[in-house]
Design a protein. Structure first.
Length: 429
Protein backbone atom coordinates (compact mmCIF):
# COMPACT_ATOMS: atom_id res chain seq x y z
CA UNK A 1 0.00 0.00 0.00
CA UNK A 2 1.33 3.44 -0.85
CA UNK A 3 2.20 5.95 1.90
CA UNK A 4 -0.76 8.07 0.86
CA UNK A 5 -3.10 5.07 1.03
CA UNK A 6 -1.81 4.16 4.49
CA UNK A 7 -2.38 7.74 5.63
CA UNK A 8 -5.97 7.71 4.39
CA UNK A 9 -6.62 4.35 6.03
CA UNK A 10 -5.19 5.60 9.32
CA UNK A 11 -7.30 8.75 9.18
CA UNK A 12 -10.35 6.61 8.51
CA UNK A 13 -9.55 4.29 11.40
CA UNK A 14 -9.07 7.27 13.68
CA UNK A 15 -12.53 8.48 12.77
CA UNK A 16 -11.50 11.84 11.22
CA UNK A 17 -13.53 13.39 14.00
CA UNK A 18 -15.64 16.39 12.96
CA UNK A 19 -18.98 17.72 14.04
CA UNK A 20 -20.69 15.65 11.33
CA UNK A 21 -18.58 12.50 11.71
CA UNK A 22 -16.31 10.86 9.15
CA UNK A 23 -17.02 11.57 5.48
CA UNK A 24 -16.56 8.91 2.81
CA UNK A 25 -14.56 9.79 -0.31
CA UNK A 26 -15.17 6.79 -2.61
CA UNK A 27 -13.47 6.34 -6.00
CA UNK A 28 -14.79 8.42 -8.89
CA UNK A 29 -16.11 7.03 -12.17
CA UNK A 30 -12.71 7.21 -13.87
CA UNK A 31 -11.06 5.11 -11.12
CA UNK A 32 -13.86 2.53 -11.25
CA UNK A 33 -13.59 2.26 -15.04
CA UNK A 34 -9.81 1.89 -14.75
CA UNK A 35 -10.33 -0.81 -12.09
CA UNK A 36 -12.35 -2.95 -14.47
CA UNK A 37 -9.56 -2.89 -17.06
CA UNK A 38 -6.83 -3.48 -14.46
CA UNK A 39 -8.69 -6.35 -12.81
CA UNK A 40 -9.32 -8.11 -16.13
CA UNK A 41 -5.62 -7.94 -16.98
CA UNK A 42 -4.68 -9.02 -13.45
CA UNK A 43 -6.93 -12.08 -13.47
CA UNK A 44 -5.68 -13.14 -16.91
CA UNK A 45 -2.24 -13.73 -15.39
CA UNK A 46 -3.20 -14.82 -11.86
CA UNK A 47 -6.00 -17.36 -11.76
CA UNK A 48 -8.64 -17.57 -9.09
CA UNK A 49 -9.72 -20.58 -7.05
CA UNK A 50 -13.00 -21.73 -8.59
CA UNK A 51 -15.02 -22.96 -5.64
CA UNK A 52 -18.57 -21.68 -4.99
CA UNK A 53 -18.63 -22.81 -1.34
CA UNK A 54 -15.34 -21.06 -0.60
CA UNK A 55 -16.55 -17.89 -2.34
CA UNK A 56 -19.82 -17.95 -0.40
CA UNK A 57 -18.08 -18.33 2.97
CA UNK A 58 -15.61 -15.58 2.11
CA UNK A 59 -18.43 -13.25 1.03
CA UNK A 60 -20.30 -13.90 4.30
CA UNK A 61 -17.29 -12.82 6.36
CA UNK A 62 -16.81 -9.86 4.02
CA UNK A 63 -20.38 -8.61 4.38
CA UNK A 64 -20.14 -8.76 8.17
CA UNK A 65 -16.85 -6.84 8.07
CA UNK A 66 -18.33 -4.15 5.81
CA UNK A 67 -21.23 -3.66 8.22
CA UNK A 68 -18.67 -2.88 10.95
CA UNK A 69 -16.75 -0.29 8.88
CA UNK A 70 -17.66 3.25 10.06
CA UNK A 71 -16.98 4.97 6.73
CA UNK A 72 -19.51 2.72 4.98
CA UNK A 73 -22.27 3.30 7.55
CA UNK A 74 -25.36 5.17 6.40
CA UNK A 75 -26.88 8.09 8.27
CA UNK A 76 -29.20 7.24 11.14
CA UNK A 77 -28.62 3.55 10.62
CA UNK A 78 -29.83 3.46 7.01
CA UNK A 79 -28.24 0.85 4.76
CA UNK A 80 -25.25 2.43 3.01
CA UNK A 81 -24.99 2.01 -0.79
CA UNK A 82 -21.21 1.82 -0.35
CA UNK A 83 -21.65 -1.57 1.34
CA UNK A 84 -23.24 -3.04 -1.78
CA UNK A 85 -21.64 -4.58 -4.86
CA UNK A 86 -18.50 -5.96 -3.20
CA UNK A 87 -16.76 -9.06 -4.54
CA UNK A 88 -14.42 -11.26 -2.50
CA UNK A 89 -12.35 -13.95 -4.22
CA UNK A 90 -9.34 -16.20 -3.57
CA UNK A 91 -6.22 -16.09 -5.74
CA UNK A 92 -4.66 -19.47 -6.50
CA UNK A 93 -1.29 -18.26 -5.20
CA UNK A 94 0.76 -19.73 -2.34
CA UNK A 95 2.35 -16.37 -1.52
CA UNK A 96 0.56 -14.37 1.19
CA UNK A 97 -0.96 -11.29 -0.47
CA UNK A 98 -4.20 -9.33 -0.73
CA UNK A 99 -5.32 -6.69 -3.22
CA UNK A 100 -8.03 -4.05 -3.60
CA UNK A 101 -9.53 -2.60 -6.78
CA UNK A 102 -11.65 0.53 -7.02
CA UNK A 103 -14.63 -1.50 -8.34
CA UNK A 104 -15.01 -3.03 -4.84
CA UNK A 105 -13.11 -6.22 -5.60
CA UNK A 106 -10.93 -7.75 -2.87
CA UNK A 107 -8.62 -10.61 -3.82
CA UNK A 108 -6.99 -12.69 -1.08
CA UNK A 109 -4.45 -15.38 -1.94
CA UNK A 110 -4.80 -18.87 -0.50
CA UNK A 111 -1.34 -18.26 0.94
CA UNK A 112 -2.78 -15.32 2.87
CA UNK A 113 -5.63 -17.45 4.21
CA UNK A 114 -3.11 -20.00 5.46
CA UNK A 115 -0.98 -17.24 7.01
CA UNK A 116 -3.75 -15.38 8.84
CA UNK A 117 -4.33 -16.42 12.48
CA UNK A 118 -8.10 -16.79 12.12
CA UNK A 119 -11.37 -15.23 11.05
CA UNK A 120 -10.95 -12.05 13.17
CA UNK A 121 -7.76 -11.27 11.24
CA UNK A 122 -9.51 -11.81 7.89
CA UNK A 123 -12.39 -9.58 9.00
CA UNK A 124 -9.87 -6.90 10.01
CA UNK A 125 -8.29 -7.17 6.56
CA UNK A 126 -11.68 -6.65 4.91
CA UNK A 127 -12.44 -3.65 7.15
CA UNK A 128 -9.08 -2.18 6.20
CA UNK A 129 -9.91 -2.68 2.52
CA UNK A 130 -13.30 -0.97 2.95
CA UNK A 131 -11.77 1.96 4.85
CA UNK A 132 -9.10 2.36 2.18
CA UNK A 133 -11.77 2.27 -0.54
CA UNK A 134 -13.89 4.95 1.17
CA UNK A 135 -11.09 7.23 2.40
CA UNK A 136 -10.00 8.70 -0.92
CA UNK A 137 -7.15 6.29 -1.61
CA UNK A 138 -8.18 6.05 -5.29
CA UNK A 139 -8.42 9.83 -5.73
CA UNK A 140 -5.25 11.10 -7.46
CA UNK A 141 -3.28 13.96 -5.96
CA UNK A 142 -2.75 15.51 -9.42
CA UNK A 143 -5.77 16.14 -11.62
CA UNK A 144 -5.94 13.99 -14.74
CA UNK A 145 -3.91 11.14 -13.28
CA UNK A 146 -5.10 7.74 -12.08
CA UNK A 147 -3.96 5.76 -9.05
CA UNK A 148 -2.25 2.54 -10.13
CA UNK A 149 -4.34 -0.54 -9.35
CA UNK A 150 -4.59 -2.81 -7.50
CA UNK A 151 -3.59 -1.49 -4.10
CA UNK A 152 -1.78 -3.99 -1.87
CA UNK A 153 -3.33 -4.60 1.55
CA UNK A 154 -1.37 -5.21 4.73
CA UNK A 155 -2.00 -8.61 6.35
CA UNK A 156 -2.43 -9.04 10.10
CA UNK A 157 0.45 -11.28 11.13
CA UNK A 158 -0.68 -12.19 14.63
CA UNK A 159 -3.97 -12.53 16.42
CA UNK A 160 -5.00 -10.66 19.54
CA UNK A 161 -3.57 -12.73 22.38
CA UNK A 162 -6.08 -11.22 24.78
CA UNK A 163 -9.13 -12.43 22.87
CA UNK A 164 -8.99 -16.11 21.86
CA UNK A 165 -11.05 -17.14 18.85
CA UNK A 166 -14.66 -17.85 19.78
CA UNK A 167 -15.93 -21.36 19.09
CA UNK A 168 -18.26 -20.23 16.28
CA UNK A 169 -15.56 -18.15 14.64
CA UNK A 170 -13.08 -21.00 14.91
CA UNK A 171 -15.51 -23.53 13.39
CA UNK A 172 -16.25 -21.23 10.48
CA UNK A 173 -12.53 -20.64 9.90
CA UNK A 174 -11.84 -24.39 9.93
CA UNK A 175 -14.62 -24.88 7.38
CA UNK A 176 -13.18 -22.10 5.22
CA UNK A 177 -9.69 -23.62 5.03
CA UNK A 178 -10.66 -27.31 4.88
CA UNK A 179 -9.48 -28.77 1.55
CA UNK A 180 -7.51 -25.70 0.45
CA UNK A 181 -4.26 -26.33 -1.41
CA UNK A 182 -1.22 -25.46 0.74
CA UNK A 183 1.99 -24.23 -0.84
CA UNK A 184 2.98 -25.00 -4.41
CA UNK A 185 1.24 -27.34 -6.81
CA UNK A 186 2.83 -30.80 -7.05
CA UNK A 187 4.23 -30.12 -10.52
CA UNK A 188 6.85 -27.86 -8.90
CA UNK A 189 8.10 -30.66 -6.70
CA UNK A 190 6.96 -32.76 -3.75
CA UNK A 191 8.87 -32.98 -0.48
CA UNK A 192 7.68 -36.32 0.87
CA UNK A 193 9.68 -36.90 4.03
CA UNK A 194 13.19 -37.99 3.08
CA UNK A 195 12.22 -38.13 -0.62
CA UNK A 196 12.25 -35.17 -3.01
CA UNK A 197 10.35 -35.75 -6.26
CA UNK A 198 10.61 -33.28 -9.17
CA UNK A 199 8.03 -34.40 -11.77
CA UNK A 200 8.92 -31.85 -14.44
CA UNK A 201 12.57 -32.93 -14.41
CA UNK A 202 11.71 -36.63 -13.87
CA UNK A 203 14.21 -36.55 -11.01
CA UNK A 204 14.36 -37.68 -7.40
CA UNK A 205 16.75 -37.41 -4.45
CA UNK A 206 16.76 -39.17 -1.09
CA UNK A 207 18.14 -38.11 2.28
CA UNK A 208 19.77 -40.58 4.67
CA UNK A 209 18.57 -41.23 8.19
CA UNK A 210 15.80 -39.18 9.70
CA UNK A 211 16.38 -36.02 7.66
CA UNK A 212 13.51 -34.58 5.64
CA UNK A 213 12.93 -32.22 2.73
CA UNK A 214 10.73 -29.16 3.19
CA UNK A 215 9.61 -26.65 0.54
CA UNK A 216 11.12 -23.17 0.76
CA UNK A 217 9.64 -21.50 -2.33
CA UNK A 218 8.60 -22.50 -5.83
CA UNK A 219 11.10 -25.08 -7.07
CA UNK A 220 13.32 -24.69 -3.99
CA UNK A 221 13.62 -27.23 -1.17
CA UNK A 222 15.72 -27.43 1.98
CA UNK A 223 16.75 -30.40 4.10
CA UNK A 224 15.96 -30.33 7.81
CA UNK A 225 16.82 -32.40 10.84
CA UNK A 226 14.33 -32.28 13.70
CA UNK A 227 12.81 -29.25 12.02
CA UNK A 228 16.11 -27.33 11.79
CA UNK A 229 17.83 -26.59 8.44
CA UNK A 230 21.05 -28.51 7.84
CA UNK A 231 22.43 -26.36 5.00
CA UNK A 232 21.34 -28.50 2.03
CA UNK A 233 19.30 -26.74 -0.69
CA UNK A 234 17.91 -28.18 -3.93
CA UNK A 235 16.68 -25.93 -6.77
CA UNK A 236 14.95 -26.81 -10.01
CA UNK A 237 16.07 -24.37 -12.73
CA UNK A 238 15.32 -23.99 -16.45
CA UNK A 239 18.09 -25.59 -18.49
CA UNK A 240 18.17 -22.54 -20.82
CA UNK A 241 19.65 -24.50 -23.69
CA UNK A 242 22.12 -26.55 -21.64
CA UNK A 243 20.43 -29.81 -22.58
CA UNK A 244 21.41 -33.28 -21.38
CA UNK A 245 25.07 -34.22 -21.42
CA UNK A 246 26.09 -37.03 -23.75
CA UNK A 247 25.40 -38.18 -27.29
CA UNK A 248 26.07 -36.38 -30.57
CA UNK A 249 29.79 -37.09 -30.44
CA UNK A 250 32.72 -36.28 -28.20
CA UNK A 251 32.84 -32.61 -29.18
CA UNK A 252 29.21 -32.05 -28.24
CA UNK A 253 29.75 -33.91 -24.98
CA UNK A 254 32.71 -31.72 -24.05
CA UNK A 255 30.85 -28.55 -25.05
CA UNK A 256 27.89 -29.51 -22.86
CA UNK A 257 30.18 -30.17 -19.91
CA UNK A 258 31.91 -26.83 -20.44
CA UNK A 259 28.51 -25.13 -20.47
CA UNK A 260 27.58 -26.85 -17.23
CA UNK A 261 30.87 -25.76 -15.65
CA UNK A 262 30.16 -22.17 -16.66
CA UNK A 263 26.69 -22.36 -15.14
CA UNK A 264 28.20 -23.75 -11.94
CA UNK A 265 30.66 -20.84 -11.73
CA UNK A 266 27.85 -18.36 -12.38
CA UNK A 267 25.82 -19.91 -9.54
CA UNK A 268 28.82 -19.62 -7.24
CA UNK A 269 29.40 -16.00 -8.24
CA UNK A 270 25.84 -15.13 -7.22
CA UNK A 271 26.80 -16.29 -3.73
CA UNK A 272 30.08 -14.31 -3.82
CA UNK A 273 32.01 -17.58 -3.91
CA UNK A 274 34.56 -19.35 -6.10
CA UNK A 275 34.53 -22.94 -7.38
CA UNK A 276 37.50 -25.29 -7.13
CA UNK A 277 38.00 -28.99 -7.84
CA UNK A 278 35.42 -28.88 -10.63
CA UNK A 279 34.73 -32.41 -11.88
CA UNK A 280 32.19 -34.49 -13.78
CA UNK A 281 30.16 -37.29 -12.20
CA UNK A 282 27.61 -39.82 -13.40
CA UNK A 283 24.81 -41.53 -11.50
CA UNK A 284 21.99 -43.68 -12.94
CA UNK A 285 22.10 -42.10 -16.38
CA UNK A 286 22.54 -38.51 -15.16
CA UNK A 287 25.78 -36.69 -15.90
CA UNK A 288 26.52 -33.57 -13.90
CA UNK A 289 29.30 -31.38 -12.57
CA UNK A 290 30.27 -30.65 -8.99
CA UNK A 291 32.84 -28.61 -7.13
CA UNK A 292 33.84 -27.01 -3.85
CA UNK A 293 32.67 -23.52 -2.91
CA UNK A 294 34.90 -21.02 -1.14
CA UNK A 295 34.05 -17.44 -0.14
CA UNK A 296 35.74 -15.06 -2.57
CA UNK A 297 38.83 -13.65 -0.86
CA UNK A 298 41.04 -10.88 -2.16
CA UNK A 299 44.46 -12.45 -2.32
CA UNK A 300 43.39 -15.55 -0.41
CA UNK A 301 44.57 -18.98 -1.57
CA UNK A 302 42.07 -20.65 -3.85
CA UNK A 303 40.88 -23.94 -2.43
CA UNK A 304 41.73 -23.11 1.17
CA UNK A 305 39.46 -24.87 3.63
CA UNK A 306 37.80 -23.09 6.51
CA UNK A 307 34.49 -21.55 7.63
CA UNK A 308 32.10 -20.94 4.76
CA UNK A 309 33.33 -23.81 2.61
CA UNK A 310 30.53 -25.62 0.79
CA UNK A 311 29.72 -27.91 -2.13
CA UNK A 312 27.71 -27.33 -5.29
CA UNK A 313 26.48 -29.61 -8.09
CA UNK A 314 24.43 -29.17 -11.27
CA UNK A 315 22.61 -32.09 -12.90
CA UNK A 316 20.81 -31.74 -16.27
CA UNK A 317 17.43 -33.48 -16.15
CA UNK A 318 15.35 -33.09 -19.30
CA UNK A 319 14.51 -29.43 -19.82
CA UNK A 320 15.68 -28.54 -16.32
CA UNK A 321 18.80 -28.28 -14.21
CA UNK A 322 18.81 -29.54 -10.66
CA UNK A 323 21.14 -27.52 -8.44
CA UNK A 324 22.23 -29.14 -5.16
CA UNK A 325 24.21 -27.05 -2.68
CA UNK A 326 25.48 -27.77 0.82
CA UNK A 327 26.91 -25.33 3.35
CA UNK A 328 29.37 -27.25 5.48
CA UNK A 329 29.49 -24.66 8.26
CA UNK A 330 31.51 -25.97 11.19
CA UNK A 331 31.33 -29.60 10.15
CA UNK A 332 34.52 -31.42 9.20
CA UNK A 333 34.89 -31.02 5.47
CA UNK A 334 35.56 -34.69 4.76
CA UNK A 335 32.36 -35.71 6.60
CA UNK A 336 30.42 -32.93 4.86
CA UNK A 337 31.65 -34.05 1.44
CA UNK A 338 30.88 -37.70 2.17
CA UNK A 339 27.28 -36.80 3.07
CA UNK A 340 26.96 -34.62 -0.03
CA UNK A 341 28.17 -37.42 -2.31
CA UNK A 342 25.78 -39.86 -0.65
CA UNK A 343 22.85 -37.57 -1.47
CA UNK A 344 24.01 -37.06 -5.07
CA UNK A 345 24.41 -40.82 -5.36
CA UNK A 346 20.72 -41.29 -4.58
CA UNK A 347 19.68 -39.41 -7.75
CA UNK A 348 17.35 -41.39 -9.98
CA UNK A 349 14.49 -41.00 -12.40
CA UNK A 350 10.93 -41.28 -11.13
CA UNK A 351 10.19 -44.19 -13.48
CA UNK A 352 6.64 -45.30 -12.67
CA UNK A 353 6.60 -43.99 -9.10
CA UNK A 354 3.24 -42.28 -8.42
CA UNK A 355 3.84 -38.69 -7.36
CA UNK A 356 1.87 -37.86 -4.19
CA UNK A 357 -0.59 -35.05 -4.52
CA UNK A 358 0.07 -31.59 -3.10
CA UNK A 359 -0.34 -30.72 0.54
CA UNK A 360 -3.86 -29.69 1.47
CA UNK A 361 -5.25 -28.19 4.64
CA UNK A 362 -7.52 -30.74 6.26
CA UNK A 363 -9.88 -30.43 9.23
CA UNK A 364 -9.83 -33.50 11.48
CA UNK A 365 -11.37 -34.39 14.85
CA UNK A 366 -8.55 -36.21 16.69
CA UNK A 367 -10.80 -37.48 19.46
CA UNK A 368 -8.13 -36.71 22.06
CA UNK A 369 -8.01 -34.51 25.13
CA UNK A 370 -5.61 -31.72 25.98
CA UNK A 371 -4.76 -28.38 24.46
CA UNK A 372 -4.65 -28.02 20.69
CA UNK A 373 -0.86 -27.75 20.90
CA UNK A 374 -0.60 -31.03 22.85
CA UNK A 375 -2.95 -32.86 20.49
CA UNK A 376 -1.04 -31.67 17.43
CA UNK A 377 2.22 -32.84 19.01
CA UNK A 378 0.78 -36.31 19.54
CA UNK A 379 -0.57 -36.44 15.98
CA UNK A 380 2.86 -35.52 14.62
CA UNK A 381 4.59 -38.18 16.76
CA UNK A 382 2.12 -40.82 15.52
CA UNK A 383 2.61 -39.85 11.84
CA UNK A 384 -0.90 -38.43 11.57
CA UNK A 385 0.10 -35.56 9.28
CA UNK A 386 2.18 -35.13 6.14
CA UNK A 387 4.07 -31.97 7.08
CA UNK A 388 6.21 -30.68 9.91
CA UNK A 389 4.66 -29.79 13.25
CA UNK A 390 5.80 -26.16 13.00
CA UNK A 391 3.74 -25.53 9.83
CA UNK A 392 0.65 -27.14 11.36
CA UNK A 393 0.99 -25.11 14.55
CA UNK A 394 1.01 -21.94 12.45
CA UNK A 395 -2.33 -22.96 10.92
CA UNK A 396 -3.80 -23.36 14.42
CA UNK A 397 -1.93 -20.55 16.18
CA UNK A 398 -5.08 -18.57 16.97
CA UNK A 399 -6.16 -21.23 19.49
CA UNK A 400 -3.11 -23.38 20.27
CA UNK A 401 -3.52 -23.12 24.03
CA UNK A 402 -7.27 -23.73 24.06
CA UNK A 403 -8.56 -27.13 25.24
CA UNK A 404 -9.93 -29.42 22.57
CA UNK A 405 -13.46 -30.55 23.31
CA UNK A 406 -15.24 -33.72 22.08
CA UNK A 407 -15.73 -33.62 18.31
CA UNK A 408 -13.80 -30.36 17.90
CA UNK A 409 -11.46 -30.17 14.93
CA UNK A 410 -7.92 -29.04 14.27
CA UNK A 411 -6.19 -28.17 11.00
CA UNK A 412 -3.46 -30.46 9.68
CA UNK A 413 -1.63 -30.88 6.37
CA UNK A 414 -2.21 -34.06 4.39
CA UNK A 415 -1.60 -35.49 0.94
CA UNK A 416 -4.00 -37.42 -1.24
CA UNK A 417 -1.89 -40.43 -2.20
CA UNK A 418 -4.00 -41.18 -5.27
CA UNK A 419 -3.45 -37.81 -6.88
CA UNK A 420 -0.77 -37.04 -9.46
CA UNK A 421 1.39 -34.06 -10.31
CA UNK A 422 -1.28 -32.84 -12.73
CA UNK A 423 -3.56 -31.98 -9.81
CA UNK A 424 -5.14 -28.55 -10.10
CA UNK A 425 -4.86 -25.93 -7.42
CA UNK A 426 -7.53 -24.54 -5.17
CA UNK A 427 -9.89 -26.75 -3.20
CA UNK A 428 -10.35 -30.48 -3.12
CA UNK A 429 -13.92 -31.20 -4.14
Amino acid sequence: MSVRSVLFACLAAAGCATTSGPRAIPPDAAAIHAAERARTAFEEHRRLVQDPDLAARLAEIGREALAETPLLAGREGAAAPLREGWRFAVLDDPEAAAFLFADRTVLVSRGALAALPGEPALAALFRSAASTFASGAFRPVTAGELVEQPLSLVLVAEGDAGSPAAAGSRDRWVDLLDGLLFGQAAEYGVADGRELLLPRADFRLSLPGGDAFEPAERGVFRATRNGEPVGLTVRELPAAGSGPVGGNGVAAHRAALAGLGARLRDAAAREAAEVTFLETFRVRGFTGVRGRLHPARNGGPAGASGPGVGLLALVPAGEFLVEVSLECGRRRFDACETWFLEILGSADRLWDTPVPGPLRIAAVAPGASGSVREVLGRLAAEGGMDAGLAAVEVLNRGWLEQPLGPGERVLILARDRERTAADAGGRQR
